[in-house]
Design a protein around this ligand. Structure first.
Ligand code: A2P
Length: 274
């Protein structure tokens, strides 16, 4: 079974989930249905992805009790500010067919990095109204987290950031940990942009354990205490990515994977995205 990590608000999150970034809205119901059948109970979507309705349809058809599921969605950049954020959560809940999400994230500190404090204060109201059990952020930098703490006196439950063996984000992870913020990895396998899974050292480690490179990478995230949400459209690969609790990486193997870091991100940059 999938272990859970505890948030600073007392609630907890299954450490392994299923991400639906770039899952075609027309295919989402089938793909999420497959993921739920494989055993995933934590689904990560976002208003931006345009597939919340498909996620909701799969949840409804699954018959899985709501309290056994952990559902995350995110507020898009154009919806920062109080009135738009309040409308944003209602819109997401309607599409998902839910009365609450387990986690609601500010997707980026953009636009202009000048509205997220007001948006965060609105998120606290959304949480207090019971529409989101926990609230957090995504793609926040240390300076954004500093500002949030200084201006609101609160810290998010989690920070979801690009993180994989080619971009390990050690400084930001250390900051999160020092402030009681969990770190969640998006694009954990390289999100089809960089060829993490083709790297030689990973193939060697995978061979030693008789597993696939993707399983090694997911183990690496889990053993680092990260929340991880691999995406796959393919049921066999979904199953493979979920079958990661029967082996353990050694300290040397963890260090060898850490050493693959290039320091170069491959997704959007919070410094420049507005
Ligand atoms: P596919 O959806 O065809 O399986 P990330 O989670 O980092 O965004 O990565 C998703 C990418 O990795 C997708 O291109 C996905 O392709 C691919 N992928 C997911 N799981 C595996 C796996 N077990 N082996 C190989 N490729 C995988």
């Amino acid at each position: 079974t999938v272990p859970s990590l505890q948030f600073n608000d007392g609630h907890s999150i299954p450490q392994l989930g299923f991400g639906v970034f770039r899952v075609d809205p027309a295919e989402t119901e089938r793909i999420v249905t497959d993921a739920l059948e494989v055993g995933y109970r934590h689904i990560d979507t976002a208003a931006l992805y345009g597939n919340e309705e498909g996620v909701g349809a799969a949840i409804a058809k699954s018959g899985i009790p709501r309290d056994e599921l952990f559902i995350t969605t995110k507020l898009w950049n154009t919806e920062h500010g109080e009135a738009t954020a309040l409308a944003g959560i209602d819109d997401s809940l309607r599409k998902l067919g839910l009365d609450h999400v387990d986690l609601y994230l500010i997707h980026w500190p953009a636009p202009g990095k000048n509205l997220f404090v007001e948006t965060w204060q609105t998120f606290e109201k959304i949480r207090d109204a019971g529409k989101a059990t926990s609230i957090g952020v995504s793609n926040f930098r240390t300076q954004d987290l500093d500002r949030l703490a200084a201006e609101t006196g609160t810290v998010p439950a989690i920070n979801q950031i690009e993180l994989h063996p080619f971009f390990v984000q050690q400084e930001l992870r250390d900051y999160d940990a020092a402030h009681g913020i969990l770190t969640e990895s998006w694009g954990p396998l390289g999100h089809a942009v960089v060829d993490v899974l083709g790297s030689g050292p990973l193939a060697e480690i995978a061979g030693a354990h008789g597993v696939a490179p993707a399983q090694v990478v997911i183990r690496w995230h889990l053993q680092h205490g990260l929340v991880v949400i691999p995406k796959s459209n393919n049921r066999d690969r979904m199953r493979q990515n979920f079958d990661v609790f029967g082996f353990e990486l050694t300290a040397d193997e963890m260090a060898a994977i850490d050493a693959l870091d290039t320091g170069v991100r491959s997704g959007a940059d919070p410094d420049t995205l507005n």
